[in-house]
Design a protein around this ligand. Structure first.
Ligand SMILES: Nc1ncnc2c1ncn2[C@@H]1O[C@H](COP(=O)(O)OP(=O)(O)O)[C@@H](O)[C@H]1O
Ligand SMILES: [Mg+2]
Length: 349
């Protein structure tokens, strides 16, 4: 049987006045039923654009999917007609966005908006839709759902609004839920509740979930696998265990070292210096070379491979699961770190 979703060599570019923004460039990942994939990386790395490509929500112009396939149960979403896409959206694959206030319409009650999502895809009466909406509000843990159903988005807290968004996304029993930074706008305790909720619903409903975040710490407990994205590329891909306990890519190492709760008592919370380059202006070799702390170290001697040659994903040796990393010098870096007694942050918890 084919995988639930396979993104294969996806390329999504934007044709702007500043040149071609290669937002997503040759990205592959997949997800199965009942599985959660974490898509991690700083802001501007192409996480949302890859998700919006799956939903076929890339604004065209200036954007376009210029290469690759997105197979949902073997059928290529890239090639679907507009009609097929509309049927797929919400029904098969649903997405929740970062800021619920911008996705909820302030002039309609929460109930009306979930009803509408239900009726868009299912042939049910208004009354049946109402019952289903209230049931969904209860499912996502909203107290007094009958009352909340009649309220407007502004009457709800941020956490409750995000729950309404989740209820709306789940109202048509999608097989895949894409959660794009679903907790970023929320405070820490509410964040934890929402993540727990998504995990619980996934267990109950058996969906595949793509959890997008800029914070590796957020997803340690909820994902099965992780794709680390940097500047339009997947730079490391494996099980969550491998990513947290046996990371290889300098970027993944940097992200892990900047998680406060994993670095408790270690005294040195580092951040990765510099910024993600603009998508119109990536280095021609490794996209991370402008920020990589190993670039100038002895690891590289006189080589300028990092600057000129794009590293391809390759399997990490000595590991029995799929674990790929795109760095010319991951072996040398691992050796150097071992010699220096560099503790893997997550392993030090
Ligand atoms: N409509 C657009 N026009 C031009 N560039 C865009 C557009 N949308 C996104 N991009 C660019 O694509 C890159 C990836 O963006 P995005 O996927 O939103 O990042 P992330 O979700 O990882 O923060 C960024 O460099 C961003 O500027
Ligand atoms: Mg984003």
């Amino acid at each position: 049987m084919s995988k639930l979703l396979e993104v294969k060599n996806l390329k999504t570019y934007f044709y702007t006045d500043d040149g071609i923004a290669r937002a997503v460039d040759d990205v592959s990942y997949d997800i199965d039923r009942g599985e959660t994939l974490g898509l991690v990386g700083e802001s501007g790395c192409g996480k949302s654009v890859s998700a919006l490509s799956i939903m076929r929500l890339i604004p065209d112009p200036p954007g376009k999917i210029v290469g690759g396939e997105i197979l949902f149960k073997g059928k290529d979403i890239v090639k679907m007609t507009e009609e097929e896409v509309e049927d797929m959206r919400g029904n098969d694959i649903a997405m929740i966005f970062q800021e619920p206030m911008t996705s909820l319409n302030p002039v309609f009650t929460c109930g009306d908006q979930i009803d509408e999502a239900v009726m868009l895809h299912q042939k049910v009466s208004k009354e049946e839709a109402r019952k289903r909406s209230i049931e969904m509000l209860r499912l996502v843990g909203i107290p007094a759902p009958e009352q909340r159903y009649r309220e407007y988005p502004h009457q709800l807290s941020g956490g409750l609004r995000q729950r309404v968004m989740i209820a709306m996304a789940l109202s048509c029993n999608p097989e895949i839920l894409i959660a794009d930074e679903p907790t970023t706008a929320l405070d820490v305790t509410v964040q934890a509740q929402i993540l727990e909720l998504i995990k619980k619903l996934q267990d109950e409903l058996g969906m595949g979930v793509i959890m997008i975040t800029h914070d590796l710490g957020v997803i340690a407990e909820v994902t099965n696998r992780v794709a680390v994205m940097y500047a339009s590329k997947v730079v490391e891909y494996s099980t969550s265990e491998e990513i947290f306990y046996n990371p290889k890519h300098p970027y993944t190492l940097g992200l892990l070292s900047s998680i406060p709760k994993l670095n408790k008592g270690q005294g040195r919370l580092s951040t990765i210096e510099g910024n993600v380059p603009a998508a119109t202006n990536y280095p021609q070799g490794c996209h991370f070379c402008t920020r990589c702390k190993y670039v100038d170290s002895k690891v590289y001697t006189q080589d300028s491979k990092c600057w000129n040659e794009e590293p391809k994903l390759e399997q990490v040796d000595g590991v029995s699961v799929l674990h790929t990393v795109a760095c010319h010098y991951w072996r040398d870096i691992a050796m150097k770190r071992q010699k220096e007694g560099d503790v893997i942050p997550a392993a030090a918890v």
